[in-house]
Write a protein that binds this ligand. Structure first.
Ligand code: NAP
Length: 401
């Protein structure tokens, strides 16, 4: 039967962050194991299992291949962890429940006495409902496409206080999708999206727009993985959750620099990439590499619209990575789709430099529209989307020297 298998079992796993987490916890041979529905039975028949996590769409289906399951997994009706017992018999567990309660606690989201909407009715939703019941939520409503409570009668629940997304809608690469509009939930206090790729989903951004606390699924992912490793290694590892979460966030998060043309985004981005040992992308450079022409040439010959199309495509490609540094062209924010994808897939640093220090050399749009006009148009967008503002000025730099 070969060597013991460790890994994540699922149908499509390209979005997964599980491997680096388990490697950090000492399981070096943890692999992504993509298995189709037709192959599931033979996978269990042919392999010796050392420890598995289970994800979409098999959390319920795998139960029939197990010798037994923990009482928690039975109660939840879903298994996300499989570890053999001392006799090599496969036992199912549910560590998502622990992961979800850890996430709520760390983010100080109190569900007691609250009305909670859970989007989706799959394996993760089961674990979420189990935890919400234990924590004393007053009312839990499951929104399911095929249920009595569905996306066509959401108005019945506009008084919901907490909203949990336990569906894959909004997950990379279809991350511009969202199932609900937060405008319709004026009483919402917090939104939890179990999705962790992208780190900030469209639903989370929508919640943030209305001042609602919004939390993604990365901490839950780490917490459930740590619990899985506790079962595999038979030792307590809980004190490693926060440290691994921070490390993973640092490794996986993209950082994008935005700001006016000539503000120093490329210099700042290149410097940061070098210091952190990360890959660097410059959208203007990407345009040049792809077309063999500079942005100025394209704008002058084919018009700004054509340039923006190529630029958006380059941005999307750069943001298909994890843990990279990106410097963007000043006008990238003139397209809302660029602003949205940047906010979902990157931490944004706005490089702010005094207008009088911005050069217009080789910058046809700055020349044509005037730097002041451009700043009036774009300044609020840069500021509105920024997670951080980096204030730079030649005077300051001279003073520092
Ligand atoms: P699942 O068992 O496949 O269930 C997902 C549920 O989402 C389905 O039962 C379905 O519910 C709903 N759904 C699926 N596609 C939909 C669509 N196009 N529109 C509306 N609803 C749709 O998956 P799961 O294991 O529960 O995982 C769900 C999500 O949670 C995934 O994104 C997963 O990555 C995430 N997750 C994260 C963590 C973490 O640690 N952060 C842990 C577990 C899961 P209805 O048919 O009832 O509508």
């Amino acid at each position: 039967m070969g060597e013991l298998r460790f890994g994540l079992l699922g149908e499509k796993l390209s979005h997964s962050f599980s491997m680096p987490i388990h490697t950090k916890l000492g399981t070096d041979n943890y692999k992504l194991i993509e298995v189709s529905r037709d192959e599931l039975a033979s996978f269990f028949a042919k392999n010796r299992i050392g420890g598995l996590n289970v994800t979409i769409p098999y959390k319920k289906e795998v139960m029939k291949y197990l010798f037994g399951a923990s009482s928690e997994a039975y109660e939840i009706g879903a298994v996300n962890t499989i570890v053999p017992d001392a006799n090599g018999r496969l036992i199912g567990y549910n560590t998502d429940a622990f992961g979800f309660s850890y996430l709520l606690k760390k983010n100080e989201i109190d569900v007691e006495g609250k009305k909670v909407l859970v989007l989706g009715s799959g394996g993760a939703a089961n674990a979420v409902v189990y935890v919400l019941e234990k924590l004393g939520a007053a009312e839990i409503v499951i929104i399911s496409r095929k249920g009595d409570n569905n996306y066509n009668n959401l108005y019945l629940h506009e008084d919901a206080q907490i909203i949990i997304n336990a569906t894959p809608v909004g997950m990379y690469p279809m991350d511009d999708e969202s199932l609900i509009d937060m405008y319709n939930f004026p009483n919402a206090e917090a939104v939890v999206d179990l999705i962790y790729n992208p780190l900030r989903t469209g639903l989370m951004l929508d919640a943030m727009k209305y001042g609602v606390k919004a939390v993604g699924g990365l901490l839950m992912l780490v917490a459930q993985a740590v619990k899985t490793e506790e079962l595999i290694q038979n030792k307590n590892l809980e004190n490693r959750i926060d440290e691994i979460y921070e490390e993973l966030l640092h490794e996986m998060q993209n950082i994008a620099f935005v700001g006016m043309p000539g503000s120093g985004k490329t210099t700042a981005g290149r410097k940061m990439a070098k210091e952190l040992g990360k890959e660097f992308f410059d959208t203007d450079e990407m345009v040049k590499e792809r077309t063999g022409r500079s942005p100025e040439e394209i704008i002058e010959n084919d018009g700004e619209e054509r340039f923006r199309e190529i630029e958006s495509d380059c941005l999307r490609r750069a943001l298909n990575n994890n843990g990279v540094i990106i410097s963007t062209g000043g006008g990238i924010v003139t397209r809302q789709e660029n602003v949205d994808i940047l906010r979902r897939r990157a931490r944004i640093i706005y490089v702010e430099r005094p207008i009088e220090e911005l050069s217009t050399n080789n910058r046809p749009i700055s020349k044509a529209k005037g730097v002041e006009n451009l700043f009036r148009e774009r300044g609020p967008i840069y500021e509105g989307m920024a997670d951080e503002i980096l204030r730079v000025s030649a005077t300051l730099e001279r003073e520092k020297r």
